[in-house]
Design a protein around this ligand. Structure first.
Ligand SMILES: NC(=O)c1ccc[n+]([C@@H]2O[C@H](COP(=O)([O-])OP(=O)(O)OC[C@H]3O[C@@H](n4cnc5c(N)ncnc54)[C@H](O)[C@@H]3O)[C@@H](O)[C@H]2O)c1
Length: 328
């Protein structure tokens, strides 16, 4: 059985990945610095869920509050635990915040990423999987976005730091033979989601009769991807890699491959919530891209078909979780 480190385990995707791994029999150690970029109590509530996973499960979960920027402590953790696999999801997320606080992105996403990369090499980790992002494609007009497209024009510091991660990983794979896989996630949503992203921002506004900000008159496209599909694809990939030799440097898109126009997304949320939005039209925001659309054929060629939960179904799960969580 593999022992896995999940960084950013109290985060949205980290929580879902950790839960699925434990349910699938893995021993998981989760770390997170529990920063206050968004509600710390939401992060704590996710950890409580992980702690309460049934003891009859074959796997297990342990958590340590740790900052990936602290190399000494990260090193000690790796020495003590002897991980087989690292799934690195800790990051300063969010495109818009990167316009206000670019240094936070360099600190965690560049320096912190380097620490994870370097300790992974020094401790002979079998495979380092790390979160990249669809934002590396910038404002590319050719769709769908393929891993073979050039990604040399990021338009936010968030995107630039994710692209930097891919370059650093390439160098370590090349120089030291470290197996690395970058996962370019496309607009992830679902239960336990992030309060700074559209589904949660919109639902909060809808329920409190506040206006939503609609950028570029709703003329934006996003490839909304259900978080359960992301976690399941990561597990499938890990298990596939365990049984077969894989190239030591790879990048994969993980997305739903069915983009939706923001205007239609708004209508869908209104339908599900049974209420109409108050809208404030706003111009296009600096740093925001016009569209995202994943080509997932490379990933599906390798691991078989991945989940493509329809947006309507995934949003229903999200809205049901939201009511249960916030009205408890
Ligand atoms: N959610 C999306 O739509 C999306 C899309 C593309 C890429 N990603 C990437 O996927 C990963 C997970 O994203 P998420 O949506 O779960 O975000 P999230 O913010 O919910 O999770 C990230 C976690 O990392 C932790 N963290 C931040 N800095 C840290 C540090 N220095 N040390 C230790 N922990 C730290 C945070 O406390 C948080 O719990 C991130 O790398 C993000 O950039 C997410």
């Amino acid at each position: 059985m593999n022992k896995i480190l999940v960084t950013g385990a109290a985060g949205f995707i980290g929580y879902h990945v950790s839960k699925l791994l434990v349910e699938s029999g893995y021993e998981v150690v989760g770390i997170d610095n529990m920063n206050s970029y968004y509600s710390v109590s939401l992060k704590e509530a996710r950890l409580t869920q992980l702690d309460q996973l049934s003891p009859s499960l074959q796997g297990s979960f342990r958590f340590e509050r740790l900052d990936i920027v602290n190399l000494k402590k990260i090193n000690r953790l790796f020495e003590q635990e002897q991980f087989d696999i690292v799934i690195h999801l800790a990051a300063q997320a969010g495109v818009r915040y990167s316009l206000q606080q670019p240094e936070a992105y360099v600190t965690t996403n560049v320096n912190g990423f380097f620490n994870i990369l370097d300790v992974s090499r020094r401790h002979n980790i079998k495979h380092l999987y790390y979160a990249s992002s669809s934002s590396v494609y910038g404002n590319q007009t050719k769709v769908p976005y393929s891993e073979n497209d050039r990604v040399d024009h990021p338009i936010s510091m968030y995107a630039a730091t994710k692209k930097a991660n891919e370059l650093m990983a390439h160098t370590y794979s090349h120089l030291y033979g470290l197996n690395t896989t970058g996962l370019r996630f496309f607009t992830v949503y679902g239960p336990w989601g992030r309060p700074d992203m559209a589904p949660m921002l919109f639902l909060n506004a809808l329920l409190s009769d506040k206006p939503i900000q609609v950028f570029n008159n709703g003329d934006l496209q996003r490839d909304f991807t259900y978080v359960g599909d992301i976690a399941a694809a990561i597990l499938k990939l890990l298990e596939k890699d365990n049984e077969a030799l894989c190239p030591n440097y790879r990048l994969f898109n993980i997305g739903n491959a069915q983009p939706i126009i923001l205007e239609e997304f708004i209508q869908l949320m209104e339908q599900i919530a049974g209420k109409t939005f108050i809208r404030q039209n706003k111009p296009m925001q600096p740093g925001d891209v016009y569209r995202t659309h994943a080509d997932v054929s490379a990933l599906e060629e390798h691991i078989g078909t991945i989940g493509h939960t329809p947006l309507k179904k995934g949003l229903r799960h999200f809205v049901a979780w939201f009511h249960a969580y916030y009205q408890e």
